[in-house]
Design a protein around this ligand. Structure first.
Ligand code: AMP
Length: 368
């Protein structure tokens, strides 16, 4: 099926969402603002998106019967995380358009495919070598040099499946620690980038090929997990233009209908290197909910439904702080702060590092 046909999915239609996390939840909120209903396919009724969706299917992503009845109840499908089995997405695609489609997913859910795709476009990345099995790691480590980062090719997120490799690291142990296996399609070894800044750009593309994006933002991680985002990023005008151009080039070349979040490093020489991409809403775009007329979630809905994308201009600068794990227990502080825009995801257990909510603060718009 041609996934990019121009038929508009009118408000009032039903949007299917694969995955029930907070990104799905905020997509449900945005969809409902535009008059759509949602049907969430997830693993538990307690998941953040399931709690507020009109319809919910709780089933395994491998359950074909459930996938088929889900697909027959909706007009369009999107996904809120990458680690959905590719075959399941292909199966759903035989009934209803999936945006972004399985071809894109097959690239972005595997770091090796992703890095090859990006570097084939002559966009800079960290140096990398494919490590299909443990026995390849020794030669790869010798070639890349230290320090390096070993990452599982698929199934990793928030630093999970990543190990830093130094000169004296026991490579056998590092392989075990990363959790790399045939299930993760092996691993990738990347040169360590001593970056000055981490930035990201979120772009949106509609069924007619029109593209837009938000201003580049600056991201601050703690233990590999995003802690805060500053919008806009404190970078030069030239770097900002270049980062946006990279994001636009990638969303067009990948032929995404929906969103593409592009995470980038700025190295000590001022060059921009792409770290990874995500074809879905991104944590570094949560500030757009209050700071822009159209949030990243509304942009996703507009894009996949073939509606006009509208304006991604920001009305103010912003700072977003994730509430990770026990930080959610400070909720009174945030609720009493008159300038805080508070979002809680409805998760019951505040496990360490778990994204429980976020807070946005707005400030007058700077010139950049
Ligand atoms: P990722 O899962 O690839 O987004 O990695 C999570 C975080 O680990 C990034 O945001 C960086 O802070 C760090 N990181 C990942 N890859 C590299 C690299 N090649 N060099 C330096 N830091 C990295």
């Amino acid at each position: 099926m041609n996934n990019n046909f121009l038929k508009e999915i009118e408000p009032g239609s039903i949007i299917g969402i694969l995955g029930g996390g907070q990104l799905g939840r905020m997509t449900v909120e945005a969809a409902s603002k535009l008059g759509y209903q949602c049907h969430v396919f997830c693993q538990s009724e307690e998941e953040p998106a399931a709690q507020i969706s009109r319809k919910v299917t709780v089933a395994s992503f491998e359950d074909q019967k459930s996938l088929e009845s889900f697909a027959s109840s909706i007009d369009i499908v999107t996904l809120e995380f990458e680690n959905i089995p590719l075959d399941s997405v292909k199966f759903i695609e035989s009934f209803v358009p999936v945006r972004p489609n399985s071809k894109i997913l097959s690239i972005v859910q595997n770091r090796i495919n992703e890095k090859k795709f990006i570097s084939n476009l002559n966009i800079k990345t960290a140096p990398f070598i494919e490590v299909p099995e443990k026995s390849f790691l020794f030669e790869a480590a010798a070639q890349i040099g230290a320090p390096a980062v070993l990452k599982t090719a698929s199934m990793g997120y928030d630093g999970k499946g990543q190990v830093l490799i130094n000169k004296n690291t026991d490579l056998e142990l590092a392989w075990e620690e990363s959790g790399a296996s045939p299930k993760t399609n092996g691993a990738i070894l990347e040169g360590f980038i001593s970056f000055k800044k981490e930035i990201s750009v979120i772009a949106g593309r509609s069924t007619d090929g029109s593209v837009t994006s938000y201003v580049p933002v600056e991201n601050f991680h703690v233990d590999h997990i995003l802690d805060q985002t500053l919008a806009p990023a404190n970078i030069t005008h030239k770097q900002s233009i270049q980062a946006i151009e990279i994001a636009h080039q990638l969303i067009i070349e990948l032929d995404v209908v929906g969103l593409l979040a592009v995470e980038m490093f700025i190295n000590t020489g001022g060059d921009i290197l792409v770290n990874e991409v995500a074809a879905r809403p991104h944590n570094s775009g949560h500030w757009t909910i209050e700071a822009c007329n159209i949030s990243q979630f509304e942009l996703l809905v507009r894009a996949i439904c073939g509606l006009p994308l509208g304006s991604t201009e920001r009305n103010s600068d912003a700072r977003m702080k994730n509430l990770l794990g026990e930080e959610i227990n400070r909720y009174h502080d945030f609720l009493t702060d008159p300038s805080a825009h508070v979002h809680f995801y409805g998760k019951s257990e505040a496990k360490s590092g778990r994204k429980m909510g976020h807070v946005n603060w707005l400030s007058p718009k700077s010139i950049k």
